[in-house]
Write a protein that binds this ligand. Structure first.
Ligand SMILES: Cc1cc2nc3c(=O)[nH]c(=O)nc-3n(C[C@H](O)[C@H](O)[C@H](O)COP(=O)(O)OP(=O)(O)OC[C@H]3O[C@@H](n4cnc5c(N)ncnc54)[C@H](O)[C@@H]3O)c2cc1C
Ligand code: SF4
Length: 508
């Protein structure tokens, strides 16, 4: 009896559990480009183009491997509007009575598959280093979940960067040597970018025609779209940028959007690269003496630690996580996130490069756009929708814990023990944005004061009850309490005025 093997756009891995379970002689692989997946949030055009290009190439590869693939293109007249509609159409045509799918990383999609009038068998997504059930066992009974403890367990379990039962170099963490500001450097290696081939160019034309109003520039499009290119990008990163990764991990420069970052998240998230192979290759660079331990540990921590951890949190928390709003924030997302002009140089730079490249690195996402939304009291559901839309690597399982949890502190402290908020001083220390800004980062009140300076104290004051006993925040409240009462009143009044203008849609 024929079964349908559904392969989603982020499941482009030859060893996917659903493909391993398939019988190429009998089963039919279903891949579908459908309008609903392109529009449930307004995805960046480069993100849509990447997923469609990579799907088309992967479908051809599956054909070469002997699978019978029914591929529905977005521009085929008979293609249905949703994945569910396509599955029902293909089941009708083939007489299939069961669907096999590797667990999707999106609760919305899981719910829509569960609602189909056909049996759907979900297989575990075992492309992660830590299976979801192992994460649930690790989390069970713990009073607090913290990434650091999970990460150390993962190091022990995998043996990555271990010397016997001890961490390589005698420490788990080299952050004190990392996280420096960076200076512009014309000789800094650039990430490997890929010119679109004919197949990708056809997809770019299709995306241009079908999604003309989505925020973001489609061209130049330079992302890896198959495993071969993703492996080339990985090797280039390891050779050229990994040695500086740790030092420049948290730095921001107006004219250098990539610094020494890997740009590998989209390839890993679509399944073109496996997280373990990436970590093992990075470790090999250290063992061969080609990259320092602080850089390699910092990089492996992001994947073996953070990436696996957020996946575990997403799987554990279920669909309600997406509507968490622990701080009761209700303000709308300011228009500047969708490209409206702003005098704030840091936000203009982070949003501008997001529009042009579908990329911003972690500290830009966390300490510029995320920090500002949190300080301004924006509804985390709107912030979540923005991040899910605009980044090349945005998939719910990884985006939601990072946005709702880490960046907006909306998940009641599940992802972090304190909110990531800062005044302008942090951005000034880690970037060159403030030099070119209309606001003054050193000014604390008045119309020229950096808005982060005003909003930081406003945030702490309005959430005092929630945070003043948090041991990691006591010092911040002490500093606030030591200020002159008159000065505190001025800061709060200026912050109120700024927020009123921001939320009224005035340019800020
Ligand atoms: C608000 C917010 C939203 C985010 N949304 C996403 C998202 O939708 N998709 C996504 O893949 N990452 C997301 N991240 C995490 C991180 O910003 C990106 O993984 C990273 O910027 C990707 O660029 P890179 O490949 O150059 O990463 P590098 O800085 O070079 O890091 C190497 C790899 O580590 C992994 N990584 C690093 N940090 C994280 C993290 N916090 N969580 C998970 N993996 C991590 C990524 O796979 C990345 O490719 C988000 C972070 C924040 C603060
Ligand atoms: S002064 Fe403030 S608003 Fe301007 S770039 Fe610096 S941190 Fe951003």
């Amino acid at each position: 009896m024929t079964r349908l093997i559904l392969v989603l756009g982020d499941q482009l891995t030859e060893t996917l559990s659903a493909l391993r379970a398939a019988d190429p002689a009998q089963d039919l692989v279903i891949m579908a480009e459908v309008a609903e997946e392109g529009t449930y949030v307004p995805h960046h055009p480069q993100k849509i183009a990447l997923i469609l290009s990579a799907m088309r190439k992967f479908a051809r590869r599956l054909g070469d491997l002997g699978f019978d693939v029914a591929y529905s293109r977005l521009d085929d007249a008979e293609t249905g509007p949703s994945i569910g509609a396509e599955l029902l159409r293909r089941a009708g045509e083939s007489g299939a009575s069961e669907i096999l799918v590797t667990q999707p990383g999106d609760w919305r999609l899981i719910a829509s598959l569960e609602a189909l009038p056909l049996p759907v068998r979900f297989l575990p997504d075992d492309r992660f280093i830590c299976p979801a059930d192992a994460f649930a066992r690790w989390a069970e009974g713990r009073k607090q979940l913290r990434m650091e403890w999970f990460y150390r367990d993962m190091r022990r379990k995998t043996g990555l960067l271990m010397e016997g039962d001890q961490p390589a170099g005698g420490r788990w963490n080299f952050d004190t040597e990392n996280r420096k500001p960076a200076a512009p450097d014309l000789l800094r290696p650039r990430p490997l970018r890929f010119e679109p081939d004919g197949e990708v160019r056809a997809v770019l034309d299709l995306v241009e025609a079908r999604f003309p109003r989505h925020f973001g520039r489609l061209r130049p499009f330079q992302w890896p779209t198959d495993r071969k290119e993703a492996l080339q990008a990985l090797e280039h990163f390891l050779r050229e940028s990994l040695p500086r990764f740790g030092d420049e991990q948290d730095a921001m420069l107006a004219d250098d959007p990539f610094l020494s970052h890997a740009l590998l998240s989209s390839s890993m998230n679509l399944g073109l690269l496996g997280p373990m192979e990436v970590c093992q290759r990075a470790e090999a660079e250290w063992r061969a003496g080609r990259a320092p331990l602080n850089a390699v540990e910092g990089f492996i921590r992001q994947i073996l630690g953070w990436r696996e951890y957020v996946r575990g949190i997403w799987a554990l928390s279920g669909p309600d996580y997406m509507t968490s709003n622990g701080l009761g924030h209700r303000a709308p997302l300011p228009a500047l996130y969708w490209g409206a002009p702003t005098r704030m140089a840091c936000l203009a730079a982070a949003v501008g490069q997001t529009r042009d490249l579908a990329y911003a690195h972690h500290i830009q996402r966390l300490m510029v756009t995320g920090n500002f939304a949190l300080l301004a009291g924006v509804d985390p559901a709107e912030v979540h929708e923005w991040y899910l839309s605009v980044y090349i690597d945005a998939l719910e399982w990884v985006e939601a814990p990072n946005t709702i949890g880490m960046s907006q502190f909306a998940d009641h402290g599940l992802m972090g023990s304190k909110p990531y908020v800062s005044s302008g001083a942090y951005i000034d220390r880690m970037s060159d944005y403030c030099r070119g800004c209309a606001y003054s980062v050193k000014t604390r009140t008045g119309p020229d004061a950096c808005p982060f300076n005003l909003l930081y104290w406003h945030f702490l004051a309005r959430h005092r009850e929630r945070f003043e006993r948090n041991p990691r925040m006591v010092q911040m409240y002490r500093t606030w309490d030591r200020m002159e009462p008159g000065h505190r009143d001025t800061v709060l009044a200026d912050a109120e005025r700024f927020l009123a203008r921001l939320h009224a849609g005035e340019p800020v």
